[in-house]
Design a protein. Structure first.
Length: 232
C-alpha cells in the first residue's frame, strides 16, 4: 500500500502510460520485415532486429533515431551487405513516419492530469531522445498540467535519486506512475519512493517484468489511469 498523505509530486511516465507508443513501433517492425521479405522470412528478420535493438542500447540509448540505426544495421546483416539505396531510403522514411505519428492519448489521461494537477505537482519522467520526448509532450496538449519534464538517458536508481534531490522532496513524497516494471517501478521502490504500475496492452519486451512478485510496500497496481483520481 501507498501512504497517500505523504505524496507531493506525482510523476507520470510518458510512452504507453499517457499515450500509445509501442503499438507504432510494432507496426514499423512489421513494415521493416515486409521490406526484408525477399531476403529472409519475417520472423527471422524480426529476431535479428530485436537483437540489434538490445545490443545497441549502450551506444545509442532509446528512441526513434536509435531505432532507425538499428533497422539499417539489421538490414545490412539480413541482406549480407547487399541492401540497395532504395531500401536504405525506405528504412529512413519508416523512421520519419514514426516521428510524425500523431499522439494518441489513453482514455482518461488528460482528465486525470487535469484533476490531480489541482492538488499535486505533476511532472513527466521519460527516457530516450531529448528532442523526440519533449516534442511528444508538447504535441500531447498535456503541457498545461505539468510543472516539469524530465528526460533521462536511463531510468535507473541514480537518475531517480538525482531527480528527487532536484525536486527538493523526500523519496516518500514522490510517486511514479508507469507501465514498465523495469524502468518505472523497481528503481523507484528501491530508493524508498512510491510507484503505481499500470500495465499497457503493448509493452516493449525489454521493459517487461513480473509485477506479481513485487511486495506491496509503497506499491500498487491499477488497470486504468483514471483510477488514480479516486485513489488520490
Ligand atoms: Mg512507458
Amino acid at each position: 500500500m501507498i501512504n497517500l498523505k505523504n505524496i507531493k509530486v506525482i510523476s507520470f511516465d510518458a510512452d504507453d502510460t499517457l499515450w500509445q507508443n509501442e503499438k507504432l513501433f510494432r507496426k514499423t517492425e512489421c513494415d521493416f520485415c515486409k521490406l526484408m521479405a525477399h531476403y529472409i522470412e519475417p520472423t527471422k528478420a524480426l529476431k535479428i532486429l530485436w537483437n540489434m535493438e538490445v545490443k545497441n542500447i549502450p551506444c545509442y540509448g532509446y528512441g526513434i533515431k536509435a531505432f532507425v540505426l538499428d533497422m539499417l544495421e539489421a538490414a545490412l546483416k539480413i541482406s549480407k551487405g547487399k541492401m540497395t539505396a532504395a531500401e536504405t531510403k525506405q528504412i529512413i522514411n519508416l523512421g520519419k513516419k514514426l516521428i510524425k505519428s500523431p499522439i494518441v492519448l489513453f482514455e482518461g489521461a488528460e482528465n486525470t492530469l487535469k484533476k490531480l494537477s489541482k492538488k499535486y505537482k505533476i511532472i513527466v519522467t521519460t527516457k530516450g531522445d531529448l528532442l523526440e520526448q519533449e516534442n511528444k509532450v508538447y504535441r500531447s496538449g498535456l503541457i498545461k498540467y505539468l510543472r516539469h519534464i524530465e528526460v533521462m538517458s536511463e531510468k535507473n536508481k541514480t537518475s531517480y535519486v538525482r531527480l528527487i534531490k532536484e525536486l527538493n522532496i523526500k523519496p516518500k513524497e514522490f510517486l511514479m506512475v508507469g507501465n514498465s516494471v523495469k524502468s518505472d517501478i523497481l528503481p523507484v521502490l528501491a530508493l524508498g519512493a512510491n510507484a503505481v504500475f499500470i500495465p499497457s496492452q503493448f509493452t516493449w519486451f525489454y521493459e517487461d517484468g513480473d509485477a506479481s512478485k513485487i511486495p506491496s510496500k509503497n506499491f500498487m497496481k491499477l488497470e486504468k489511469i483514471s483510477q488514480l483520481i479516486k485513489m488520490l
